[in-house]
Write a protein that binds this ligand. Structure first.
Ligand code: FES
Length: 64
């Protein structure tokens, strides 16, 4: 199983969306807002359990 920092890591299980997909969406669309990220990628739009991870990823990339 891919670890959390891998691009292949499925960050949103409900939607089957990988960390790499989310990273690219954040960079390409310069996303700083969780709601916008959810709308753009469809991640985090079901159980919401991954939203904290998504938020962390936004902060990580925005901080770079
Ligand atoms: S794991 Fe992302 S919405 Fe459920």
């Amino acid at each position: 199983m891919a670890d959390k920092t891998s691009r292949d890591y499925v960050i949103c299980l409900c939607r089957g969306i990988t960390r790499g997909t989310v990273e690219d969406a954040i960079r390409e669309n310069k996303i700083t807002d969780l709601k916008v990220l959810c709308e753009t990628t469809n991640a985090g739009t079901k159980c919401g359990g991954c939203r904290e991870d998504l938020e962390n990823l936004i902060n990580e990339i925005a901080g770079n």
